[in-house]
Write a protein that binds this ligand. Sequence first.
Ligand SMILES: O=C(O)C1=C[C@@H](OP(=O)(O)O)[C@@H](O)[C@H](O)C1
Ligand SMILES: C=C(OP(=O)(O)O)C(=O)O
Length: 428
Amino acid sequence: MIIRGGNLSIKGEVRVPGDKSISHRAIMIGSIAEGKTIIHNFLMGEDCLSTVDCFRKLGVNIFISDEDVIVEGVGLYGLKESKDILYVGNSGTTIRLISGILAGQNFSSTITGDESIQKRPMDRIINPLKMMGANISGLLNKFPPLRIKPTKKLIGVEYRQPIPSAQVKSCILLAGLYADSDTKILQPSMSRDHTERMLKYFGANIVTKDNEVYLKPGNKLIGKEIYIPGDISSAAFLIVGTLILKGSKLLIRDVGLNETRTGILDVLIRMGGRIKILNERNLNNEPVGDILVEYSELKGIDIKGNMIPRLIDEIPIIAVAATQARGTTVIKNAEELKVKESNRIKAIVNELKKMGADIEELDDGMIINGPSKLRPSNLKTYNDHRIAMSLIIAALSADGDSNLQEIESIKISFPNFFDILKSIIQRI
Ligand SMILES: O=C(O)C1=C[C@@H](OP(=O)(O)O)[C@@H](O)[C@H](O)C1
Ligand SMILES: C=C(OP(=O)(O)O)C(=O)O
């Protein structure tokens, strides 16, 4: 696809599609709750549709109409064995969270996904699930396909997470619902807490204190009505586009502002970004608000430590912002980026370098010196949605035509990305 950059600004008011993490959890927790769950503003991205497909295969009725989804929950013990292998497509969240639920069932399951999923590490869930008594194995004990068989009983676990992963935490908590004793998770630093919030909203006995989560199994989960806020990870591309394209100003309405996800806003504000939060409120146990952003002169900063899990998926687009910032941006402690849909450190460094950015790869991050005038280039997306959208924003700021290969992955998390962009981009 050709992206024509140069002399552009972003103007207007938009909503981004529903949050991907919360959409997955609404299907999963709705499926094992009793009664109906009605989900508004569900993300119709391919990853969340993979979750829908898996739970349908497990015998759950899920009805999709426009943006609403109705899940007829079957209760904790109402899932049925799937005749087919469960296929999660490109979705790490699906395979890791569903494994926690399947570990507690009295039937066997096999789960796999696309080429990228087959290379992503699953020992991080296999090990704690085994500590809980689960009968789970993977290829070389690490990779999909995962095979989960019934176990006599699951026991609660006290698990100290070696890395701050929300997918691993959620997997253990979902398995913990089926255990016959309490589960406690100690996180090295706080990762996104949507599972904890939603389980509580559905009636689970779950408490978070500092970086620790306690779950007492035994409560029934009861179906609910859920309004899913806009995905801050999708909003991030529009926010950075607005910050770096001269004369831009954008209002993004109804975005999820959960503190475990707003690292991107904290960092961009520290870089000098003019960003305001308006109309803050609560939607089914999740904070939501509007984000007003304007073109800004950015400066380089250091991004590391506990901040990383709060913006892990936004690092590629932060790298794009950093190429336009005065001074040096150093991103460290982000080695997790190497085991996402692609090696996102290598991917974004290679492609931004082609565009003329002064950027250096580190083992756990990158160093970017700015500002650089980016030039149009022939760019690869590594079949990774976040790399594709980050490069499109970079290409919009370059004078001339860039050519991007393999952009279909954008449908994973932001299916109407181009429609939204077209509605707010102005040629000047
Ligand atoms: O729990 C979730 O919904 C997610 C957690 C993060 O992964 P990790 O838990 O592997 O850090 C994130 O990168 C992913 O996009 C979604
Ligand atoms: C890493 C991501 O998702 P997942 O782990 O669910 O594939 C992402 O959306 O950036």
